[in-house]
Structure formats: structure tokens, C-alpha cells
Design a protein around this ligand. Structure first.
Ligand code: COA
Length: 196
């Protein structure tokens, strides 16, 4: 799917305050799949209480920023002033990247082989993004990624890393469009964007 011929909305990143968090949760619940936003949690399908609790705790922890205990920062993405989704920037955990499809959360063990995970010593930060379905395909992801890349540069990163899966053509297209190099390792796709 290509972005429409409509002008790209004005995209901005907002800190996730308490008020923003509840509005963001509402966008996630009504306009995104749980698997796009949180790790698999609980037994009930889709959005369940465990996933909702995780969502709140995750954004609370990230409020302390890259040097806080969670070592990551999240923003809400706005498009023409409307809350559209969220993007994050995180320090690469010891042991390297290797996250699952959702936009953040606990790292999953990466399979062996392939180009190998990006390591903290690479001067790398990692990112992940989700948008509500009604905001996709309009250039909003590209703009949000550009803004978060500027944040990564300002934080002194030399590399921006991201992970997705072989089936996620939209995420791969977004990352390629930003100039990232993609490498496949089975179902896992690792993206590396050199900064500076
Ligand atoms: C991935 C995601 C953030 C993309 O955001 P978006 O705002 O829809 O993307 P954009 O409209 O900015 O498009 C960016 C590029 O990707 C391409 N693209 C977007 N959606 C696409 C799709 N479904 N299929 C193929 N290409 C696609 C666009 O054509 C554009 O390419 P170009 O710059 O070469 O013209 C969005 O689809 C999403 O939230 N998906 C669910 C969560 C997810 O998968 N997150 C990624 C985890 S890393």
C-alpha cells in the first residue's frame, strides 16, 4: 500500500503524560491489534487485562527516558493534532537486539546465525512503532521515524536498529524508505540505519 496522494499530515511526538496515556490506550484498543502493540500476555484472545496493565506499566516506566531504569523513552505520535500511535527509542539491552513483532517490551531470544544482533557497543539505539489502522498508509510512520531518528542522533547514537518479521511488509517498507539496511534471519528481519 502506498501513501495516498493526500498531503502528509503534520506529525509530532508528544510525551506520554497520564492524560495522553489513557487516550493512547483508547487508540490502541479501538484501532490496533493487541499483537501489534504488546507482547503475548494472558489467556484471553486479543486485548485482555494483562495486556492493558502491561501497556500502562510500560509507558510509565519509559517516562524516565533513556537513562531511567527502563532505558527507553516512548512518545505518542500525533497527526494533525490527533493521537495516531506510539514510537519508542531504547538502549540496546546487553546481549543485543532480538525483539518480537510488537512495538516494545521484553526482548525475545534471537535465533542463532544471520548477521547477529546489534550490540550496545555499536553505539546503537533501537526503535519500534505502531499506528492505529485508520492512520496507516498516509506517510505518518515515515515522519514519526524521521523525528525519532533525530532524537537518536541528539542522544549520540551512531546506529538505529529495529526488528520486524518476514511477513510485515509495511514495517519493512517503512524501514527501507528511511534508508535502513535489512537482513533476514529466518522469520526475523533486522534493520540497521547508520546515523550521521
Ligand atoms: C509499520 C507502520 C508503522 C507503517 O506506518 P505508515 O504510516 O503506514 O507508513 P507510511 O505511510 O509512512 O509509509 C512508509 C513507506 O512504507 C510503504 N508502505 C506503508 N505501508 C505499506 C504496506 N502495507 N505495504 C507495502 N508498503 C507499505 C509506503 O509506500 C512508504 O514507502 P515509500 O516511502 O517508499 O513511499 C504501520 O503499518 C503500523 O503501525 N503497522 C502495525 C504495527 C507494526 O507492524 N509496527 C512495526 C514494528 S517494527
Amino acid at each position: 500500500m502506498s501513501p495516498s496522494a493526500e498531503p502528509v499530515p503534520v506529525v509530532a511526538l508528544l510525551d506520554v503524560t497520564e492524560a495522553v496515556l489513557e487516550l493512547l490506550l483508547s487508540v490502541a484498543l479501538h484501532d490496533a491489534d493487541a499483537d501489534e502493540v504488546t507482547p503475548p500476555l494472558g489467556t484471553a484472545e486479543g486485548w485482555n487485562t494483562e495486556r492493558i496493565s502491561w501497556f500502562r506499566a510500560y509507558h510509565h516506566a519509559a517516562a524516565a527516558g533513556l537513562d531511567g531504569a527502563a532505558r527507553q523513552k516512548t512518545w505518542a505520535i500525533t497527526a494533525d493534532g490527533e493521537l495516531a500511535g506510539s514510537i519508542r527509542l531504547g538502549r540496546v539491552p546487553d546481549g543485543g537486539t532480538g525483539r518480537s513483532e510488537h512495538d516494545g517490551g521484553p526482548a525475545s531470544a534471537p535465533p542463532g546465525g544471520g548477521p547477529g544482533p546489534v550490540q550496545p557497543a555499536d553505539g546503537a539505539l533501537e526503535t519500534g512503532i505502531w499506528l492505529g489502522r485508520s492512520f496507516r498508509g498516509r506517510g505518518i510512520g515515515r515522519e514519526a521515524l524521521r523525528l525519532v531518528t533525530a532524537q537518536a542522533v541528539a542522544a549520540g547514537a551512531r546506529l538505529l536498529a529495529a526488528e520486524t518479521t518476514a511477513g510485515n511488509t509495511a514495517a519493512q517498507a517503512l524501514l527501507r524508505s528511511a534508508g535502513a539496511e535489512l537482513a533476514a534471519d529466518g522469520r526475523r528481519i533486522t534493520a540497521r540505519l547508520t546515523l550521521g
